[in-house]
Design a protein around this ligand. Structure first.
Ligand code: ZN
Length: 219
């Protein structure tokens, strides 16, 4: 039986990469993005060392959950182990985005966590996000540390490095990446002129519950 490779998912990766750059979540060839095909379980990932503007459909690599290359001639992202570790740990996640944005990276340099200080953040990212233990880029140690600190939240800060954001699809993961960076920016600005007020655990739970059950258009 031949394995079904989907060019449309490769196109989604290319669009996601260009959007990351446009939203200033990363520059050049840094960062990486992957999608899990819910039908086959295969993982489509951006290649290593090619500028997002230059990535073509044939450059996207397809891996299985054991990190074996199923399709594609390019070298996959060096962070493939971190992406696959997330998919193996989180059945609810089908897109992983790793970025190097400024304000989240500032928190990472200080090994600080980001509290849930706004409605959008607590509804789609989590009550807060924490900073994982340090490890060198591309190592299995980084993958282990990132998955542990991610837990059941949708983002984690990678110390002296960047962020890792996850979602059920690309649209979701891009939105989460944007909201994490926006919130890090707001938090740092707020701390620079005073002491930020934090939202209580109770109110965070109320907002999360509302987002889960009542928000949006009625079906
Ligand atoms: Zn990186």
């Amino acid at each position: 039986m031949s394995i079904k490779i989907k060019n449309e998912l490769k196109e989604v990766i290319i669009y996601g990469g260009l959007t990351m750059v446009k939203q200033r979540l990363t520059v050049g060839t840094w960062g990486n993005i992957s999608i899990r095909d819910t039908e086959t379980g295969l993982i489509y990932i951006s290649p290593s060392g090619i500028d997002y503007a230059d990535i073509r459909v044939d450059d996207i690599v397809v891996l299985n959950s054991d990190m074996e290359v199923i399709d594609g001639k390019a070298v996959p992202s060096i962070e493939k182990g971190m992406h696959i570790a997330v998919y193996n740990a989180r059945k609810d996640v089908n897109t992983v985005i790793h970025t190097h944005p400024i304000y989240s990276s500032v928190l990472g340099v200080n090994h600080m966590e980001l509290p849930g200080i706004s409605e959008d953040f607590v509804q789609i990212v989590g009550d807060k996000i924490i900073c994982s233990k340090y490890a060198l880029p591309g190592t299995s140690e980084l993958a282990t540390n990132a998955v542990k600190a991610l837990g059941s939240r949708n983002a984690v800060i990678l110390p002296n490095h960047g962020t890792l954001c996850v979602g059920k699809n690309l649209k979701d993961a891009l939105k989460i990446s944007y909201v994490v960076e926006k919130t890090a920016h707001v938090y740092i600005m707020a701390k620079s002129i005073g002491a930020p007020y934090l939202i209580s655990e109770h109110d965070i739970k109320v907002m999360q519950e509302f987002a889960r059950n009542h928000y949006g258009q009625r079906e």
